[in-house]
Design a protein around this ligand. Structure first.
Ligand code: PLP
Length: 377
């Protein structure tokens, strides 16, 4: 059986975790957390990188930092994971869904301005499969209308928009280290703060609304309750696991990109009128997060999934467009976003993980060819 995903194990996890246990410091704010955060700031030039318990909590922190209040509107893709939207909804914000591009699931920046009102506070571009949205256009619109940009970079580790790293252009960015992402620690995330005016408050918010960080640095003589906040920092065991993955990041990325390139080149020879591979925009590239195709209809997609399952290959659909979700429809009028709906019905993702063998990728593509042959007969 070829699974859709398999978490990669570097072999160093256990020894680092043993080190943490022996240190008798297993809560947050330890040595491995500092090492991970330093790694991200150093390698990607992020102003501040804060480990969090998930990408969802990193997005939640960004929403708290920009003070989302009832009545505020936030422009969010419909084709995304629930968290991109839910963290704003939870604070009483009104999510305004934007459609995807025709060619690729990222948001279409040309549709942003039509959705901006006096209440709009932020735009949340999500970089699908790790491929960057058109950040130049998005930032230009955001600056003109004085909006915050929070990048949902959950899948986008180690990738670029033109010559900038993903996560370095928005006011904030949130990454995920869930077991399905390129590097993982089971559940984990990262909040990037690029706007210096939020740096001090971000650290307070992560630490239950206290100024403990300043206390630890010796800047204040006692620590106390100074703001709202939550318990958003992971423990040191999680950070140790994550650090072992960061040390192997280049290796992981190389392997994943090899797999992605094999899929892509195998696909170049597949001519089909019922499936297509979305074109990666020129301003970005793949970071080997995922390989996916889009079927013309839900029926074709479902029969492809069933066909592959019979061959012991697990392929999987992705997001339900959020404007068609139960929650949204219980609280709002139905709207139509044709491109998001198209990806919601037709998109299917293929196995891609660090240990996947190239020969398996070729086998999968062979099965796909067989499916397409049978289907068009
Ligand atoms: C995985 C993912 C998330 C959620 O990440 P967690 O770390 O599980 O909270 C959010 N947004 C997108 C686009 C994702 O792919």
């Amino acid at each position: 059986m070829i699974p859709f995903n398999k978490p990669y194990v570097t072999g160093k996890e256990i020894s680092y975790i043993k080190e943490v246990i022996a240190s008798e410091k297993i809560a947050s704010n330890g040595k491995f957390m500092a090492k991970c955060e330093h790694f991200f700031m150093e390698r990607y030039g992020f102003k501040l990188a804060l480990l969090t318990t998930s990408c969802t909590t990193a997005l939640e922190m960004a929403a708290l930092l920009i003070d989302i209040k009832p009545g505020d509107e936030i422009i969010v893709p419909s084709y995304t994971y629930v968290s991109t939207s839910n963290v704003f909804e939870k604070l009483g914000g009104k999510v305004v869904f934007i459609d995807a591009n025709v060619e690729f699931p990222n948001i279409d920046p040309e549709k942003i301005e039509g959705l901006i009102t006096d209440n709009t506070k932020a735009i949340v571009p999500m970089h699908y499969a790790g491929v960057s949205c058109d950040m130049k256009r998005i930032m230009e619109i955001a600056v003109r209308h004085q909006l915050y940009v929070i990048e949902d970079a959950a899948m986008s580790i180690d990738n670029t928009y033109e010559s900038n790293y993903i996560g370095s252009l928005g006011h904030f960015a949130a990454f995920s280290f869930h077991e399905t992402k390129n590097i993982s620690c089971g559940e984990g995330g990262l909040l990037v703060v690029n706007d210096p005016k939020f740096i001090e408050r971000a650290e307070i918010l992560r630490d239950k609304g206290t100024n403990r960080k300043l206390f630890l640095k010796g800047a204040v003589d006692k620590y106390e309750w100074v703001d709202i906040g939550g318990s958003f920092a992971p423990n040191e065991i999680t950070a140790a696991y994550l650090f072992s993955q960061l040390e192997k990041l280049d290796f992981i990325q190389k392997k994943r990109l090899e797999i992605w390139k094999t899929y892509t080149s195998e696909f170049e020879n597949i001519k089909s009128s019922i499936v297509e591979i979305p074109k990666i925009p020129a301003h970005s590239k793949s970071n080997g997060h995922g390989f996916f195709i889009v079927c013309n209809s839900k029926e074709i997609r479902d029969s492809l999934i069933a066909f592959m399952a019979k061959k012991d290959i697990q392929i999987t659909f992705h997001y339900q467009a959020l404007h068609q979700s139960k929650y949204y429809l219980e609280h709002n009028q139905a709207i139509s976003l044709p491109n998001a709906e198209h990806f919601s019905n037709g998109l299917v993702r293929f196995p891609l993980y660090t240990d996947l063998q190239i020969q398996n990728v070729k086998q999968i593509c062979g099965e796909l060819r067989e499916f397409l042959r049978k289907f068009s007969m």
